[in-house]
Design a protein around this ligand. Structure first.
Ligand SMILES: Nc1ncnc2c1ncn2[C@@H]1O[C@H](COP(=O)(O)OP(=O)(O)OP(=O)(O)O)[C@@H](O)[C@H]1O
Length: 500
C-alpha cells in the first residue's frame, strides 16, 4: 500500500518486506535512555524501524550515512537501572553501536498536513546491537549490517573522486554562500562527500576555470553549481571550444545544480521528474541529494549558432516579451522570484511587437527527422520546415518542464526527449489575452490557448528584423542576430536519484 505525500512516497510499514526482498532483519535496542527494543528490517530500497507503537520506514535516498560507533561513543551508564524501566533484563552489556543519519520527510503538525507542507528532519538514530554475549560477536554483526546498508546508501556517481562545486555568491538575493555553509555543507559532511569549492569572483570566472582545465573529468566525479541557471549556462559554455574541436560531442563530466538563484528552472524540472510530477517542498535539499546520490542521466543540449558564435543551452531560448521580463526585471533582483510576476504585468501593459522570420522543423515521431539541419548561412529548402513571417509578441523555446518554480512551460518535457518546445504569439493579442497566457503558464494550460502556438520541434531558425532586441539563452543575454537552434541528443548528463 502506498501513501503519497508531497515529497516522497512513504510506505505503510508492514509492506516494506513485501515489495522488496528482505536483506536483513534483527532485533536490537535503541541506544537511547530507555533502551527500547527495536526490530530492524532492510530491503534493497527501504529501512524499517519498528519499536512498540511506532513504526517508520525510510527510503535509501533519505539515509545519509551509517557508521559503527567506537566503544567510547556508546553510553554505558548502568544498563540495569535503565533496563528496569523497560523491565527488559535481556540486554547485553557487551553490545556494539551503530549510528544512522537520516534526512526524512515528515508532516509535523496538523497545519503541515492541511497545507500539504512536509519538512525534512535530520534525525540521528543509534542502535545497540546486543544479540550476542560477546562484544566481538556484536561488533561483527554491526559491521556486517553497516557494510550491507552502506552499499545500498552510496549509490552515487563516485566514492573516490571529489565533486567540483562552483558557487556564485551573487546568485539570487546573494544568499548562496550562506545557504551553502548552513544547509549544504552539513549534508555533505554527514554523507562523507569529498568536494572542492570554487567561489566565483566575477562573471566568466567559472568558464575561464573550465577552459584552462581540460582534464576535469579525471580530477572530479561531477561538476555542480550552487547558483541560478545562469552560472550553469556559463559552465556549459566553458566546454564549447573543447567539445566543438573534439570528435566526441559530449560534455565530459556529469553536471548537477543546487538552486541558489532567482530562476532555478533546471532544479525544479529535475525535482519534478524525480517526484513523479509533484513539486519539491525543499528543492535545495532534494538537489543536494541528487548531487550526492544521483546517477548521471542523459540530458539533451540545444546547440545554438549565430553568425559569429556557438552557444550550448540546457533550458531555454527567448526573444520578445518573456526575455524582456527576464532581463528588464533585474532591477527588482532584491525581490527574488516575484520580480518576474511584477515585471510581466508591467510589460504586458506596454506590449511591444518584434518583426522577424521564424522557421521550424516540427518533431516527426514517425520518421524521426533524420535529415541533417542546413547551416545558418544556407537557405532552407526542405518542405518539412514551416515558415512564419510576421510581427511577434514573443518567441520562446524551452527543453525542460519548468523555467522557474511557477512556470511550467513544457509540461511533457523529459531530459532526453530530443525535443525543443517552441512557442510563439503573433501581434494582435490584447492585454487580457497576454495576462491569461502568463497565468496559464503556472499549470501548463497555456498549451491549449488558441492564440498561443506551441509546437514540439527538432530545430528552428530565427531572423529578427531589428538588431537591438533582447535575446536570451538560459536566461542570459546574447547578441541579437540571426540564430539557429538544434537538439543534440544526450550531449550532457545530469545527476538524478532514481525515482522512489
Ligand atoms: N561572482 C560573480 N559576480 C558577478 N556575476 C557572477 C559571478 N559569478 C557568476 N556570475 C554571473 O552571474 C550570472 C547569473 O548567475 P546565476 O544564474 O547564478 O544567478 P541568478 O540570480 O539566477 O541570475 P539570473 O536569474 O539573472 O540568471 C551568470 O551570468 C554568471 O556568469
Amino acid at each position: 500500500m502506498r501513501e503519497e505525500n508531497m515529497n516522497v512516497i512513504r510506505l505503510n510499514v508492514e509492506s516494506v518486506a513485501s515489495i522488496d526482498s528482505l536483506l536483513w532483519t534483527g532485533s536490537y535496542h535503541m541506544l537511547a535512555e530507555k533502551l527500547v527494543p527495536i526490530t530492524v528490517k532492510l530491503t534493497t530500497n527501504w529501512l524499517q524501524l519498528d519499536r512498540a507503537n511506532h513504526c517508520e520506514s525510510f527510503h535509501m535516498n533519505e539515509i545519509a550515512s551509517c557508521t559503527v560507533l567506537s566503544n567510547d561513543e556508546i553510553d554505558r551508564r548502568p544498563y540495569s537501572t535503565r533496563c528496569l524501566k523497560t523491565k527488559d533484563l535481556s540486554i547485553s552489556e557487551n553490545g556494539a553501536g551503530l549510528r544512522l543519519i537520516i534526512y526524512a520527510n515528515s508532516m509535523n503538525s496538523e497545519n503541515d498536513v492541511s497545507s500539504g507542507k512536509s519538512r525534512h528532519h535530520r534525525q540521528i538514530i543509534e542502535l545497540l546491537i546486543d544479540i550476542h554475549t560477546d562484544y566481538g560477536d556484536n561488533m561483527n554483526e554491526a559491521q556486517l549490517f553497516q557494510s550491507k546498508i552502506s552499499s545500498l546508501i552510496h549509490t552515487g556517481h563516485s566514492n573516490t573522486k571529489p565533486v567540483l562545486i562552483i558557487l556564485n555568491p551573487k546568485s539570487g538575493k546573494g544568499q548562496a554562500q550562506r545557504e551553502f555553509e548552513n544547509k549544504i555543507k552539513p549534508i555533505l559532511d554527514d554523507c562523507n562527500v569529498k568536494y572542492h569549492l570554487l567561489i566565483t569572483k566575477h562573471a566568466r570566472h567559472a568558464s575561464e576555470f573550465i577552459e584552462s582545465n581540460s582534464d576535469l573529468a579525471n580530477s572530479y566525479s561531477a561538476l555542480a553549481t550552487v547558483s541560478g541557471d545562469g552560472l550553469l549556462n556559463e559552465v556549459l559554455n566553458g566546454f564549447v571550444k573543447m567539445v566543438e574541436n573534439s570528435e566526441y560531442k559530449h560534455i565530459p563530466i556529469p553536471l548537477s545544480i543546487i538552486p541558489g538563484g532567482s530562476g532555478n528552472g533546471l532544479a525544479h524540472s529535475i525535482n519534478s521528474l524525480y517526484l513523479n510530477g509533484n513539486k519539491s517542498t525543499n528543492s535545495l535539499l532534494d538537489c543536494t541529494f541528487h548531487m550526492i546520490k544521483g546517477q548521471p542521466k542523459k540530458m539533451d543540449i540545444v546547440r545554438i549558432t549565430s553568425p559569429t558564435k556557438v552557444y550550448y543551452s540546457f533550458l531555454s531560448f527567448g526573444w520578445g516579451l518573456m526575455s524582456d521580463v527576464d532581463i528588464e526585471s533585474e532591477r527588482l533582483r532584491f525581490l527574488g522570484e516575484p520580480r518576474f510576476t511584477i515585471w510581466s504585468i508591467f510589460r504586458s501593459f506596454m506590449l511591444r511587437t518584434y518583426p522577424g522570420e521564424l522557421y521550424y522543423l516540427p518533431f516527426d515521431n514517425q520518421n524521426g527527422n533524420k535529415e541533417p539541419i542546413p547551416p545558418l548561412d544556407t537557405p532552407i529548402t526542405d518542405k518539412q520546415w514551416v515558415v512564419v513571417k510576421d510581427k511577434f509578441v514573443l518567441v520562446y523555446a524551452a527543453y525542460q518542464k519548468y523555467l522557474n518554480s511557477t512556470c511550467k512551460f513544457a509540461p511533457d518535457a523529459e531530459l532526453d526527449d530530443q525535443t525543443i518546445y517552441l512557442l510563439y504569439i503573433r501581434e494582435g493579442v490584447s492585454f487580457f489575452q497576454i495576462i491569461r497566457f502568463l497565468l496559464a503558464l503556472e499549470d501548463g494550460s497555456h498549451t491549449e490557448i488558441p492564440y498561443v502556438q506551441f509546437i514540439p520541434v527538432r530545430a528552428f531558425r530565427l531572423l529578427p528584423a531589428n538588431s537591438n532586441d533582447i535575446v536570451t539563452v538560459d536566461g542570459e543575454v546574447i547578441q541579437c542576430s540571426p540564430i539557429q537552434a538544434e537538439v543534440v541528443p544526450g550531449m550532457a548528463s545530469i545527476l538524478l536519484r532514481n525515482c522512489s
